[in-house]
Structure formats: structure tokens, C-alpha cells
Design a protein around this ligand. Structure first.
Ligand code: ADP
Length: 365
């Protein structure tokens, strides 16, 4: 920013400039406006002189602007401010006003020159963006609330289906032939499956609304907790899990949600293993630029690149239930958790043809 100008700028140049310009003397009163200013406000030099120009300033901006102007004037300092001023058409326009003190050769203060630009378009876009962001946040909160209520209330009729199927089986089971038992089995299985999906949806809807505050924490705890919860699944397929992460590495996070994140990703690496090959899973981290990048790499069945985005959407699965159990919510939960932490998550193909899931988390300052 220019701190001060030595000598008044050439008046002919100011007259011809396509931006709005004013000048003020030692008494802080304006004593000249260029033609661009007068064309913008649609007023005469006489009307604008002294404090006349202030009549056009929007009442909502006036006090703030006067304070900035008088403070800067008292300290002989440059200033900049944005305010609304009435245009020739009668509407208010937004301008950015840069005031620069003028000194003579010996450094004595002579007054100010102000250079102003119309920023109405930028301001309108900002206002629109702000409204859109507010609307989006409101509809997001509404959707989360809806998902919560819907999933919570859906469990009740499901419980009823399950308990009456059990009752029918107990009381009338001996009247049924093999088909009858099989059909009842489908009803029970359907209800159980829907309950699992509803529970997952409930968990998903709670991430944003009911998460704990984000605090500095050691990531080692989340990884070992996730591995402890997956102990049986890991042992069953004799998976080799290597954790190449400094246990004292700190991130800013929600302890429970990061447990869940590692559990979902390592759990998937175990679940989507290749038949006949020992599952090799490696968890790694590298830190740079105020964030840590974590990766969970496997040598499993891999994912075709055209599905790299789709798998993070709710209920999206690449396999039938017969091939692999699941509801298709695990990765949506991971994405929501990472995004709540201000990070990103994505998947790449690992060198072995398996998958590598990567995500970023913020590190403490
Ligand atoms: P779920 O495992 O319940 O189906 P997810 O949301 O965790 O749900 O995963 C979505 C889909 O992404 C899975 O159905 C699977 O096709 C694919 N997927 C996830 N993790 C892996 C992985 N490590 N290797 C191969 N495919 C995976």
C-alpha cells in the first residue's frame, strides 16, 4: 500500500482518470471531485463539496466510514474502506475507497487524495454466495435431522416384524413345510439386513451433529484401538498388518470418529482380500504443510478406476451380498468423518493391484 504521496498528483491526470477521485484539505473537508465521481453520483461539484458528498453515503455505512476517515486523518495514515453510495440512477453502488495522505517536499501534511473503484458486482456475488452457503447449511442440517428421525423411527416397525416372525415360527412352525420355513427365513433376514442399514444410516447422520469437539490427539491410539476391534477378522484370514506410523504423531480430531475411520478402512482391506493370497495391509503416514496424509494399502481384489468416486456414496456397493456382506455405508461414513475434520479422502490403485485409501487430517499448530 502507498503510505503517502509527495505533492498533489497532477490535476489534469486525475480529471481524465476512469476511476472516482476526491481530494480533501487540512480541514478534512473535501474540496474537489473528478468528473468520473460526479458522473457516478449524478451530483454537481457544489453539491459534493465540503461534507455534501456524505449525503449520498448509505445510512448503514456512514458512521463506520466517518470513524475510519477521521481516525486515519488524525494519524495522517492511509486508509481503505468499502461503502455504499447513491448513484446517479438512484440505486446504491458499492465502492472501495483508498485514501492516501499528501505531504510536501519537507514532509508537511497537506491533505488527502482518495481513489475509488466500483465493486458492486463483487459485493453482489459475495452476498449471493453468503445466502447460498446459509441455505445450504440449513438444508444440510434439515437433511441430517430427517435422516436421524427416519432411521430412528424405522427401527420400531422392524423390531415388530422380527419379533412376530419369531413368534410365528415358535407357535405355528410345525405346520410349515420346507418352503414355508425358507420364506420365513427370508423375512427374518430382510428385517435384519434393513436394521443393519438403518443403524448405519443412524451412525452416518450423527457424525456432524453429535461428534465430539476436535482436539489434539495421538493417532497411535486410534490405530491400535481399530486393530483391537478387528482382531478376530484379522486372525481368521491370517492377515499381516504393518503399521508404519509414528505412534506419537498428533492430529486434531475426534478420538471416536478416527477409531471408526481406521476400523472401516482396515476392515475393508481385510474383507476385500484375494482368495489364496495372504492379505498384506500397510498403514502409513507422512506429514507436510500442517496436515498429515494417511494411507491404508492392501493387496486385495482392487477397484476399477471408474468406481473410485462412486464407492464413497451412500449405499453404493460393487458386489452382491452373496459375495461380500455389507451395507455400502462404511466409506460414506469415512468420507463424512474426514470432511468434518477438514480433510479429503480418495482411493488409488496399489502397486500389487489392490487398493490404497488415502486421507488427510489437520495437525496441531
Ligand atoms: P460395504 O463394505 O458395506 O459394501 P463400503 O462403503 O465400506 O461398504 O464400501 C463400498 C464398496 O467399495 C464395497 O462394496 C466394495 O465394493 C468397495 N471397496 C471398499 N473397500 C475396498 C477395498 N479395500 N478393496 C476393494 N474394494 C473395496
Amino acid at each position: 500500500m502507498i503510505v503517502a504521496n509527495t505533492g498533489w498528483p497532477d490535476l489534469e491526470l486525475l480529471k481524465a482518470a476512469p476511476i472516482l477521485i476526491w481530494r480533501a484539505g487540512l480541514d478534512a473537508k473535501c474540496n474537489w471531485f473528478n468528473p468520473a465521481w460526479l458522473a457516478y453520483t449524478g451530483r454537481t461539484m457544489e453539491q459534493e463539496m465540503g461534507d455534501g458528498w456524505a449525503e449520498g453515503v448509505h445510512p448503514g455505512d456512514f458512521d463506520r466510514c466517518l470513524k475510519v476517515y477521521l481516525n486515519a486523518f488524525a494519524l495522517r495514515q492511509p486508509f481503505d474502506m468499502e461503502y455504499r453510495i447513491k448513484r446517479a440512477c438512484g440505486e446504491y453502488g458499492w465502492i472501495a475507497d483508498y485514501g492516501i495522505p499528501i505531504l510536501n517536499q519537507s514532509g508537511e501534511f497537506l491533505g488527502y487524495v482518495g481513489y475509488c473503484f466500483d465493486i458492486s458486482t463483487r459485493r453482489q456475488s459475495e452476498e449471493k454466495l453468503e445466502i447460498a452457503c446459509k441455505d445450504l447449511a440449513a438444508s444440510n442440517a434439515e437433511l441430517e435431522q430427517f435422516a436421524y428421525v427416519a432411521s430412528h423411527d424405522l427401527r420400531e416397525p422392524l423390531r415388530m416384524i422380527s419379533s412376530y416372525v419369531a413368534l410365528i415360527e415358535r407357535r405355528y412352525g410345525h405346520h410349515f413345510d420346507a418352503d414355508g420355513h425358507e420364506f420365513l427365513g427370508f423375512v427374518r433376514e430382510g428385517a435384519q439386513r434393513m436394521d443393519a442399514m438403518v443403524l448405519d444410516l443412524l451412525e452416518f447422520s450423527r457424525i456432524e451433529r453429535l461428534g465430539d469437539p476436535l482436539i489434539p490427539m495421538r493417532i497411535g491410539g486410534a490405530i491400535s484401538h481399530a486393530l483391537k476391534n478387528l482382531k478376530t477378522a484379522i486372525a481368521e484370514c491370517d492377515a499381516r498388518v504393518t503399521v508404519d506410523v509414528d505412534a506419537s504423531l498428533e492430529v486434531v480430531g475426534d478420538v471416536q470418529q478416527l477409531d471408526r475411520l481406521f476400523q472401516n478402512l482396515i476392515g475393508n482391506a481385510v474383507k476385500y482380500r484375494q482368495e489364496g493370497i495372504t492379505p498384506q495391509i500397510t498403514v502409513m503416514a507422512r506429514t507436510n504443510d500442517g496436515k498429515s496424509v494417511f494411507s491404508v494399502q492392501d493387496n486385495g481384489i482392487g477397484i476399477a478406476p471408474e468406481y473410485f468416486d462412486r464407492i464413497f456414496l451412500l449405499f453404493q456397493r460393487l458386489h452382491t451380498r452373496d459375495a461380500y456382506e455389507g451395507t455400502g455405508i462404511g466409506l460414506s461414513v469415512c468420507k463424512k468423518i474426514v470432511e468434518r475434520h477438514g480433510g479429503e479422502i480418495w482411493v488409488e490403485q496399489s502397486p500389487s493391484g489392490g487398493s490404497t485409501f488415502l486421507f488427510t487430517l489437520p495437525t496441531p499448530e
